[in-house]
Design a protein around this ligand. Structure first.
Ligand SMILES: Cc1cc2nc3c(=O)[nH]c(=O)nc-3n(C[C@H](O)[C@H](O)[C@H](O)COP(=O)(O)O)c2cc1C
Length: 227
């Protein structure tokens, strides 16, 4: 029996978009999605998320500033957290490797083209051309459970945008310039940046959007205990 609820289609259709058209996204649509996403659950209903939305001339300024910043300071800011644990082990390491190979394969950037790969990574700091950028912050006093709550609302936002025909890409890469972003948006001292999110209309023909990420089968991640 095929699933009937549209949430299935949104989950199935959502993907990380890494090339956007410059078409603007209606401000009312963005507000509708963000308002609706506030229904995301969180442990103890703490709602430990804080967002900054960057559009228009502020986004132009941020992108121009970041183009210069990544050249001047390619090492980034002092990180607030490790994007991946040091010494990432299999199967996680392998999965990360595979998605990288799939992406660079679609882009036609070979493994030994280190410069090409680095250049591509800087696209993160242009929101892959998206006309809307969202940043997600968390209070630095929050712990792992609250960080996991961030995923609740981020996926809710992405699914709602998907339902509106708008593409997204969550971006931990921005945490490499966490302090820079923090200062740009004027976030309070106690907030640290978890990630950014590129939001806009997909450029479906772009090479970066020509692959679909894989998933481990359910049997790899689920233990059934029924006896
Ligand atoms: C919290 C989070 C941060 C991510 N950060 C980045 C990023 O910085 N740059 C990027 O290109 N993709 C980023 N991604 C996208 C993942 O690579 C992607 O979700 C994964 O490969 C699965 O592919 P899919 O989203 O197309 O299903 C991020 C995803 C999540 C959930």
């Amino acid at each position: 029996m095929s699933p009937v609820h549209p949430v299935y289609s949104a989950v199935a259709a959502r993907r990380s978009c890494r090339a956007f058209s410059s078409d603007p996204v209606d401000a009312g649509l963005i507000d509708r999605v963000l308002e609706a996403a506030l229904r995301a659950p969180s442990g103890g209903n703490l709602q430990p998320w804080h967002f900054a939305l960057v559009t228009g001339s502020a986004l132009d300024r941020l992108k121009a500033g970041m183009a210069q910043t990544v050249q001047d300071r390619p090492q980034g800011d002092t990180p607030d957290y490790d994007i991946y644990p040091p010494g990432l082990v299999d199967p996680y390491r392998q999965r990360r490797f595979e998605v990288g190979e799939d992406l660079y394969g679609a882009l036609g950037i070979s493994r030994d083209n280190k410069i090409g790969r680095l250049m591509w990574l800087t696209q993160n700091f242009q929101f892959f051309g998206a006309p809307v950028g969202l940043f997600c912050f968390v209070d630095k006093r929050m712990g792992r459970p609250q960080w996991s709550d961030l995923g609740m609302i981020l996926q809710t936002i992405m699914l709602l945008f998907e339902a509106e025909g708008v593409a997204t890409c969550a971006q931990e890469a921005w945490s490499r310039y966490g302090r820079t972003v923090h200062d740009f948006v004027g976030a309070p001292d106690e907030h640290i940046l978890f990630c950014g999110m590129a939001i806009g209309y997909s450029d479906d023909a772009a090479p970066a959007n020509q692959f679909r990420s894989r998933r481990a089968p359910l049997s790899d991640v689920l233990t059934r205990i029924d006896d």
